[in-house]
Structures are given as C-alpha cells and as structure tokens.
Ligand binder design. Structure first.
Ligand code: ATR
Length: 280
C-alpha cells in the first residue's frame, strides 16, 4: 500500500502515454514486496532541467529517461557510468543521496534478450541503424560476437559507430543500408538486429523478405506492433525471431536492479506487458 514511506520511481519523456514501463515496473515491485511506486511524467523539452532538479528536490529514488531526452539529460547529471560515456545516452538515473548517476541499460537489455535465444560467441552480426539504441546494443554485444556490420540509411553515422568499435579493438565494418549491401552481407551472418525505427506503427520492413534465410536469428527492437513485418517475414522464412518486448523487459529489469538492488521476475513483467499489448 502507498504510504508516507513509499519511494518514487518515474519515467520522463514525451510522449509517455503508451509506455508499458509503469505497468511492468509496478507489477515487479509489488511482486518483490518493495514499497515503491513507478509513475510516468510527460514533460516539454524546456522543462527537462527543472524535471531533473525535481528528482533531487523531491528525493525521487530513480528514473527512466526516454525519447527524446536520452542525450540531452546527460548535462544535468552528476556522474556517468562507463557505458554512458561510451554510448552517449542515458536511460536510467539513480539518485544516491542527491548525487544523480546516469546509466544505460538498453544494451544489456538487448544482450540478455539475444542470449535467451542464441549463443553470441564468435557469431557475425548485421546491425541495422546507428542511433542511440544501435550504439547501446553494439557496445553491449561487441565483446562477445566476432564481427558487427553496421548498416545505416545515413552512411556516415554507420562509419562513425564502426570506427568507435574498431578503436576499442573490435571487428566492425560500416555500409549504407540498401538491398545490395544487405544481400552481400546477409549470406555470411548468423544474427540480424533491427535497431532502426522502421516498422514501428507501420507495416514496412527494412529487409526484403527474399533476403531472409532459414535459421537466421532476427531480433527487432521495435515492439509496436509486437510482430513487425520484419518478424512476420522472418517467421515465414523459418528464421528464429525475437521481438522487442524481450529487450523492453530486460532493460527494465536491469534498471530496477540499479534502483533497488533486487533483480525482478522478468517472466512476470513480460506476461503483464503482453497482456497490455494484446488489449490495445
Ligand atoms: P534511437 O534512440 O531509438 O536509436 P535515433 O537515435 O533517432 O533513435 O535512431 C533512429 C535510427 O533509425 C537511425 O539509425 C535512423 O537512420 P538515420 O541515421 O539515417 O536517420 C534509423 N531510421 C529512422 N527512420 C528510418 C527509415 N525510414 N529508413 C531507414 N532508417 C531509418
């Protein structure tokens, strides 16, 4: 029951109305018997600094930061994790005695989701996209996989991401996202990750169906719709498919661990999120 000792966690972003985070966090907190509540705040861009100050002023224990503030929020924080310095984006804030620490759990969330379905060691990966999510995923998987081929609509962003990976000693290449490059690369890869927003709320896919091959692991970070066109095509071509809900719950679970010290019931979070998605 909410009382005077209840600790507050929150989501800050715009829009947040359709976010599943409050649902999955509150069910997990309740299951762990922790006296916390998780609420969502939709704020305008010119209020971000005030909102972050408010976290300190009100003693809010932790926050998730979502679109479009994951980068801008960095300048209002006191400390940044190693991952955040590498990725340049924050999705989790911990308020530790008024010191605000920034973390990024997107990458490890994606890593856990992938590891649930496949081995990563020595696997070759195509990563579509070079934005914040793609950077977080690349950073998290780079130590395990044998090569990451980054394909992005804006080629120079792919080049920049691959260069950063190479500087850290990892095997990476960059190409423009087009059908010719996809056709050449897909032949030799084990895993394809869509970290672009293509397919979100629309029935389009970044990869033509005829290029998908049986056995390929296809992971789409988009979870709206749950089965994107890419995943539907992949299922029909006998690929191993992983939807974005897995990343959502695993990144949430990692955030909750940072705030409370406890790792939640991921299965419960996922089932609850699934019910919500199916109701929509
Ligand atoms: P996020 O934080 O979710 O990663 P982002 O940083 O805005 O969001 O990145 C969005 C990614 O989706 C980018 O890689 C973007 O490609 P560009 O760098 O060329 O913008 C990709 N993307 C968005 N719309 C796309 C489209 N219609 N076709 C191909 N790629 C697209």
């Amino acid at each position: 029951m909410i009382n005077s000792k209840t600790k507050v966690l929150c989501l800050v972003g715009k829009p947040v109305r359709h976010s599943l985070s409050p649902i999955i966090h509150n069910i997990a907190l309740n299951d762990l018997n922790l006296n916390y509540v998780y609420v969502a705040f939709e704020i305008e861009g010119n209020q971000l600094e005030n909102a972050i100050r408010g976290i300190k002023a009100l003693g809010i224990k932790g926050a998730n930061i979502t679109m479009p503030y994951k980068i801008e929020v960095l300048k209002y924080l006191d400390e940044l994790s190693k991952d955040v310095k590498e990725i340049g984006a924050v999705n989790t804030i911990l308020n530790e005695n008024s010191i605000l620490k920034g973390y990024n759990t997107d990458g490890v969330g994606a890593l856990r989701a992938l590891e649930k379905f496949t081995e990563l060691d020595d696997k070759k990966v195509i990563l579509l996209g070079a934005g914040g999510s793609a950077k977080a995923i690349a950073t998290a998987i780079s130590e395990k996989v044998s090569e990451i081929v980054v394909l992005n609509r804006t080629e120079n962003k792919a080049v920049e991401l691959a260069s950063r990976l190479k500087e850290r000693g990892f095997n990476a290449r960059a190409l423009k996202l087009n059908n010719k490059n996809l056709r050449n690369e897909i032949r030799n890869v084990h895993i394809l990750i869509n970290a672009t927003s293509v397919g979100m709320n629309s029935d389009v896919s970044p990869v033509p169906k005829y290029l998908l091959k049986p056995g390929l692991v296809v992971f789409d970070i988009v979870y709206n719709p749950l089965e994107t066109k890419l995943l539907r095509d992949a299922r029909e071509k006998q690929c191993i498919t992983i939807n974005g809900l897995w990343m959502l719950v695993y990144q949430g679970a990692e955030s909750l661990k940072i705030w409370t010290g406890f790792y939640p019931n991921v299965q419960l979070m996922r089932e609850t999120a699934l019910k919500m998605v199916r109701k929509r």
